[in-house]
Design a protein around this ligand. Sequence first.
Ligand code: PLP
Length: 467
Amino acid sequence: MNALQLSNAEFRALAARITDIAAEFLAGIEQMRAFPKVSGAQLARAFSAPLPEEGLRERSLDALAEVLALSRAPTPRFFGYVLGSGEPVAALADLLASILNQNVTAWRSAPAAVSIEQQVVRALASALGCGGFGGSLCGGGSMANLMGLAMARESRLPANEAGARPGIVYASEQVHMSIPKAMALLGLGRENLHSIGVDAAYRLDTQALRAAIAADRSAGRVPLAVVASSGTVNTGAVDPLADIATVCAEQQLWLHIDGAYGALAALAIPEKFAGLARADSLSLDPHKWLYQPLDCGLLLYRDADAARRAFAFSGDYARSLATDPLESFAFFEESLELSRRFRALKVWLSLRYHGLAAFRHAIRADLRHARTLAQLIVSTPALQLLAPVDLSAVCFRYRHGAGDDLDRLNAAILRRVIERGRVYLSNATLRGAFALRACFVNHRTTEGDVEEIVSEVLAAARETLRG
Ligand SMILES: Cc1ncc(COP(=O)(O)O)c(C=O)c1O
């Protein structure tokens, strides 16, 4: 027998033990610290043992307790960044996806998985009001944004054969860092991403967009695309999508919407996302506001031919011999990825298990939590709300008795909040000011957890000011 072969009895025993570990972890999650009490040096030591030449067999699992203890647990009080909470039915599906080990690159290598992914893509697109859009799952919003902009470039200034020519892409100054990164990787250059100002609510200013396009055209530059955000990473601002779509139509520019953070909230509050369906391409992140375990991004597009123009380039060995249109389908012709894991299984199973209504409900709860926190901040004199709350991100700061250096004080308060371990917040910079930031994309959070944000920040501020 090959040394890597496992008997069925061994597999059952290992799987049972791992399920027990996972179940125990989930049972204790409400009381866990939001960040482990551990230093970088401690952690580097904890996992520094050399990997064994001879296998440890089931004793290898003993180390998992330490992995769990030193990890940042997905507690109900984690509000940092834009990080979904990891829905457990989807996690179980991930185990099965790995056992099946499908390469979801083409129908011929993964027939059921390809059909399920197509079904998930269609279902999510139509639930968001984008019926008829195609697309594919990918590693996350950054990957989806890169692919969306690759499609934009190939559709307006084709570069796949002869190389990139300069074209201008427009986005608000609040755009996520993955967009300038994509500009660089696509050979368009970060300098050709023209930054457009925002209004008081951090939404792209459409008049300024029109003016920038006109100025570029009269200077002989070639406008190419606009990236609108439906939920900026800092404050959750939703750009005026319909107005931007109108500008793009008039100017014949590609419209990419970065909905990695916010677009899935259209399941719950579609009225806020009018214009979403006018995008040429749209990024979504089920691993954010659909609570799916990492990784799971999604790029939707209106025109599959545009995706093929950007991505189809097959070696002969990948050429399908099938003539049936379903059986000759290949995701690799519409995506940057070739080998692809069965990400759709988790989304499919978790949506089937809970139903779409449960997800709409969870998203509404997150939106409510954000409003509750904003109200608590407004009614607490020591705190100041720094931006309107459009979706579920709340930016604020401590301002009481602080002298002048509020930025330094709030950075120190944030460090203290994280050390205390009860809640986890991250930060943002808004018009030059350091902000504490709580973002709700967490199906485990309760009203009580929201209240703890305020009490923890006040306690951390008292401790910080005491020195
Ligand atoms: C608006 C926005 N776009 C893109 C991304 C990148 O997504 P990912 O981290 O999945 O690559 C994020 C991540 O927070 C985001 O908030």
